[in-house]
Each structure stands twice: as C-alpha cells, then as structure tokens.
Design a protein around this ligand. Structure first.
Ligand code: KIV
Ligand code: ZN
Length: 432
C-alpha cells in the first residue's frame, strides 16, 4: 500500500550486481562537516569543525564536503579559513554544497576564491512530493532550475580559471523521483557541463529519505547507470540516509550495481537517522580483505573526536567501534574465543569465532574481549585469571572456582573485575 512502488521492478535478467563482489574501495567523500553538522542540536563551532577536519584528513579522506557556505556565515568563514591558511593538503579536494539558486551559487564561488581545486555540488529537488507539494512545479519547471543552476555554476567557474573545478549535481530526493525523470534531469545538466572521461562530472544519487529495501535502491542505480547519457564521463556517487536502517547495505549494493563513489559520515551522523556510516562500510571491506583506503587503526581517537565535535555519544554496540562489540560475557562464546586465541598462529589470517576482525587492528586490546559476569563460565574465568594475574588453573579447579565466581556475580548483580576475581580466588583457596 506504499506510495512509492512507482518504480517498476527490474527483470532479474537485467541484474548484474548479484554476481559481483566488492573488491576495491569506492572513492569516499565525507559529508560530516555539512550533512552531519546541519543535523546537530548545536552545530559545530569553528574549533570543532577544525578538529574534525584534521581528523578526516588524517584518516585519509581525499574528498571532504566542508559546508554550505552560501547558507551559513559560519560555513563561509570555515571555507575561507581552510583556503587562507593553506590547510588543504595537495591531495585533498574540498567540496561545498549549494542549491541551484543564482544568489547562492554566486556566494558559493565567492567563498571558494583562490582554492586550488574544489568540487561545487549543486542540487535541486526532483521527487514527486517536492514538485507537487513544495515547489508547485511540473517536470519542465524542475529541469529549468537544474539547467539554469548548471549554467551559472559553469559561468562562475570560468571567472576563476586558476582553480581546477569539478562539478557535482544531485537530483535531491532521487529515491522519490521517477527514474526516467531522474535520468532526464541529469542528462540536461551534463548537456550543459559537457564532461569528458578526463574531466568527469559527478552525478550524486541521494536516498535523501531511504524508502525501499537496499536491493531496490541498487536496482535504481543500475537502471540509471544503464540509461544515463555520457556515462563514461560521469562518476556516479551515492548518498544514502538511514531511515530504514539500511544505509550501509544500500551503499554497498549500490556500488555493486555500478556506482563509483560514496558520500557518508563517521559513525553515521547526519539528518534524522543519519547518513551512511563510512566507518562501518569501510570496516566491512576491511573484514573481507579489501583495503578500505582509510586508516581506521585508532578507533578510539575517531570516537573521541566525533564525540567532542558532535556531542553525540556512540552506542556501545555500534558496528566495529562500540565498546562492547568485541566483548563476550557468555560462557560458550568465551570458551570458543579462548580456544581459537590459544591455537592462533600470528602468521595466518585471523580466524577467531565470534570476532569478525582482530580487535588489535583498530587499536583495541584483548583485555576487553572476555569479561566476567553471572553469564560467564569456567573457561572465561580461567582465561581472565591467567591473562591478568598469570595464574593457570587445572581443569578441576576451574570448575570449582567458577561456581564461586558465578555465586559472587549473581549476588553482586554486576560485572566482576579481574582484581575482584583474584581476591575471590585468594579468599576461597589461599586462606582458611
Ligand atoms: O540527503 C540529501 O539529499 C543531501 C543532498 C543535498 C545531497 O544531503
Ligand atoms: Zn544528505
């Protein structure tokens, strides 16, 4: 009964992506400083933006959307700060967003004066709901906005020939737009820009609101890629939001369906339920042996910086990054992990039950892997005692002592720290 299945299902025979695998990282573009920032209760201060910028550069992002300078004085100032103080490394390109409106486009170029290279990201909304309810325009009216915007972007860029310009266009609300119309608008824009394989334009297809299962989004991307003109001169970019909780899956399938580039944020900050979480998608690649082309080896620094800049806490079960995701409390999981770790040969690939990656790869220690509470068993308790106090218990003692620890944990209704386990051991066996 949904309003959206306006999209015709695509015949199975037309699908090429189920046979493909993700074997290289897409080009990442961080939109933390724009989409992420605009969704915060308290937008970032200049100092916080600066701190997050430094982190993004350090992690290895080569494309970073730094704001919407025509809409916000703070964003304008931040763009100037980066350019005037030479804070943009040679291999990093800043991106700025603007609506396809003449005054905003002019101001955007003012903000970018003197930049070495920049992506100007221009958008207008194309969905049925936005056309009918927000703009009161028909298809031609929407194409007209996009084309006039594209022309002005091109004219403004010509005024600053010393800058290497890259143009990006988003049919905002793509996921609520009829596919044939999305293709038509994008063709009209690229007919103005005339990109070439050497100087490609970016066409970004946002799931501004996530409206379907990820496979349907991927079908839309494939359908679009197959029909859009000048495909060889375009970089197809994805920009998924997480309204149905599938932003990462949608981006992954979208890349399999033919996209080249992915926009997202660290830990998925962004409008409403957030943007696509680049950390999760990058670590998904990493866990399958694909170089994510981002350095996520100091996860705690990433978490801390994000927390300080966005003032948002991280869920303890956030994929890969949460403080509990490499922790096992239950006896059977502990037992399996303990056995795998004991047999582990450092030279072979990581293969440990319940742990998709080696926690050390993101800067975590093994201490947090096995923790003890009333759910834990003899194996886990023995593992902790050996690791923290060098005490190796014979099997009969492990069984006996685990009863004491379990009784203690049930009574205290809390986690039992390694020192408390050792004290209990001393009290139980080494004193009267
Ligand atoms: O979600 C969205 O559609 C956007 C666009 C402006 C790209 O953020
Ligand atoms: Zn967005």
């Amino acid at each position: 009964h949904s309003k959206y299945p306006a999209f015709k299902p695509i015949a199975m025979s037309n699908r090429r992506w189920p046979d493909k695998t993700l074997d290289t990282a897409p080009t990442w573009c961080s939109v933390d400083l724009r989409d992420g920032n605009q969704a915060l209760i308290e937008p970032m201060t200049g100092r916080q933006k600066s701190r997050l910028w430094d982190l993004l550069v350090k992690l290895g992002f080569k494309e970073i959307e730094v704001g919407f300078p025509s809409a916000s004085g703070h964003d304008f100032d931040f763009v100037r700060e980066l350019i005037d103080n030479n804070r943009i490394p040679e291999d990093v390109t800043i991106q700025v967003l603007t609506q396809a409106r003449p005054d905003l486009i002019e101001k955007t170029f003012e903000a970018l004066k003197g930049v070495r290279r920049a992506i100007v990201h221009v958008y207008n909304s194309t969905s049925t709901v936005q056309r009918e309810q927000v703009f009161g325009l028909d298809r031609e009216g929407i194409i007209d906005i996009a084309v006039k915007g594209a022309k002005l972007v091109q004219d403004c860029a010509a005024r600053y020939p010393e800058t290497e310009w890259v143009f990006e266009y988003s049919p905002e609300s793509f996921t609520g737009t009829e596919l044939d119309f999305a293709v038509e608008v994008c063709n009209a824009v690229t007919a103005v820009w005339q990109p070439t394989p050497e100087r490609p334009a970016i066409i970004n297809l946002p799931a501004t609101v996530e409206m379907s299962t990820p496979n349907v989004y991927a079908d839309q991307i494939e359908w679009f890629c197959d029909r859009v003109e000048r495909r060889e001169s375009l970089l197809i970019s994805l920009h998924t939001h997480n309204d149905r909780g599938c932003a990462v899956a949608a981006a992954e399938l979208g890349v399999l369906a033919g996209a080249d580039r992915v926009e997202g944020t660290l830990m998925g900050n962004g409008e409403r339920t957030g943007n696509m979480d680049i950390v999760t998608m990058a670590m998904n690649l990493y866990s399958q042996g694909v170089d994510p082309m981002l350095d996520l080896s100091n996860m705690d620094e990433i978490i801390q910086t994000c927390k300080e800049c966005t003032q948002l806490p991280l869920h303890p079960r956030h994929p890969y990054a949460g403080e509990l995701v490499f922790t096992a409390f239950s006896g059977s999981h502990q037992d399996a992990i303990k056995k795998c770790l004991a047999r582990r040969d450092e030279t072979s690939p990581w293969e440990v039950a319940y742990l998709p990656i080696d926690p050390a790869d993101i800067g975590r220690s093994y201490e947090e892997v096995i923790r003890i509470n009333s759910q834990s068993g003899k194996g886990g308790i023995a593992y902790v005692l050996e690791r923290t106090h060098g005490l190796v218990l014979p099997r009969w003692l492990q069984i006996d002592f685990s009863r004491a620890v379990q009784a203690y944990a049930e009574a205290s209704e809390a986690e039992v720290e390694p020192d408390a386990i050792y004290d209990l051991f001393e009290k139980t066996y080494l004193h009267d």
